[in-house]
Design a binder for this molecule. Structure first.
Ligand code: NAD
Ligand code: SER
Length: 320
């Protein structure tokens, strides 16, 4: 049985990944940690929890030893738009933080999951069908930390045999915890506003195509890659994965099919637009499909129906 520690459990992905990991491996085998312990409540309190700043390497080491951890999921980061406001902190958490995780993993024989991003690409990367191995010169601090994290993870595998694995997530769409300040957040917020007000002001321009994915596929990817047979893995850090690619017009049209009165207007935010314009329109994820069987289940249509249903129920219960 695995013993897992999740760093950044209270975030958009962590709040759902931690619960799913506990379903599969048992509540006592998954330690939920976050910088903000006040958020480790509700479903996240069903197993062990701890306050942890990823930069506190000694505390991370102590927790790993105390709970006999063999796998670390490092989800702590400042997302792209927030990182542009606080680049120094983004470097500290994303780059130095991940280095500490790798060192603790080396010392204690742990496997490490690293979630990279479409943000690891930049303006001179081919934007259409972005290859697995291609130019990575991002123009954001978020992207700098992701490229460095990918390289450091590969280095620790090759140099020290640490079992590092990761994916390049696209924008993740979900209905449990709101996103933490990324460029793709609009594709979550649009569903909440469609239910709450019937309209949405979009911060990205018409024609801005980005890769996206519904949370259940994102969770499966994180668990499946860590469970995968290592022998066929030619790439490790990190695999392109995607489930759909759309622009604001397409997501608005999908919502209109369910809520015909829904209306969208545009008020483009320059920082987010510049970031989005530097990222792929759609990634080639054939390496992930071939090497560990990546196969997403959700598309724009079935995700939209599910998102609107769940958010409407939450709205009715007064939760949002
Ligand atoms: P999030 O911002 O929602 O959550 C991050 C969590 O990390 C928060 O709970 C926060 O309190 C915690 N945290 C921040 N600083 C910390 C620190 N110093 N020590 C410990 N914890 C700290 O992010 P998310 O969307 O859940 O993303 C998780 C990971 O996946 C990140 O690495 C992110 O870059 C990556 N990713 C996310 C997306 C997406 O669309 N959500 C896409 C690509 C990659
Ligand atoms: N959703 C993330 C962001 O926009 C992509 O990594 O920052």
């Amino acid at each position: 049985m695995k013993n897992i520690l999740v760093i950044g459990s209270a975030g958009q992905i962590g709040s759902e990944l931690t619960v799913e990991l506990r379903k599969r491996y048992g509540n006592d085998h998954v330690v939920a940690t976050d910088l903000d312990p006040a958020k480790l409540t509700g479903d996240l309190s069903a197993g062990p929890t701890a306050e942890l700043n990823i930069c506190d390497v000694q505390k991370l080491n102590d927790l790993v030893k105390e709970h006999k951890i063999d796998t670390i999921y490092n989800l702590a980061a400042l997302l792209s738009a927030v990182a542009e406001k606080k680049p120094q902190l983004a470097w500290e958490v994303g780059l130095n933080g991940h280095f500490g995780v790798l060192e603790v993993a080396r010392e204690n024989g742990c496997a490490v999951f690293f979630p990279s991003s479409i943000g690891a690409f930049g303006p001179n990367t081919p934007h259409k069908n972005t290859p697995q191995d291609t130019i990575q010169r991002p123009c954001t601090m978020y992207g700098v930390t992701k490229v460095a994290g990918e390289l450091a993870s590969d280095y620790y595998f090759k140099r020290f045999g640490v079992d590092t694995r990761g994916v390049r997530y696209p924008g993740i769409i979900s209905n449990v915890t709101l996103p933490g300040g990324g460029t793709t957040d609009y594709a979550v917020e649009i569903y909440y506003e469609a239910i709450k007000t019937g309209k949405f002001e979009c911060p990205l321009a018409k024609g801005t195509f980005l890769d996206m994915m519904y949370m259940p596929d994102a969770i499966d990817a994180a668990i499946d890659i860590m469970e995968a047979d290592p022998r066929p893995l030619k790439h490790r850090n990190c695999f392109n994965i995607s489930a759909m690619s759309f622009d604001p017009e397409m997501i608005a049209a999908a919502i209109k099919k369910v809520i015909p009165a829904f209306e969208m207007t545009y008020n483009v935010e320059p920082v987010k637009q510049t970031i989005a314009d530097s990222w792929p329109d759609n990634m080639d994820d054939s390496a992930a499909r071939k090497e560990w069987g990546w196969n997403p289940k959700w598309n724009l249509e079935n995700m939209t129906e599910d998102m609107l249903k769940v958010i409407a129920e939450r709205h009715k219960r007064g939760e949002i």
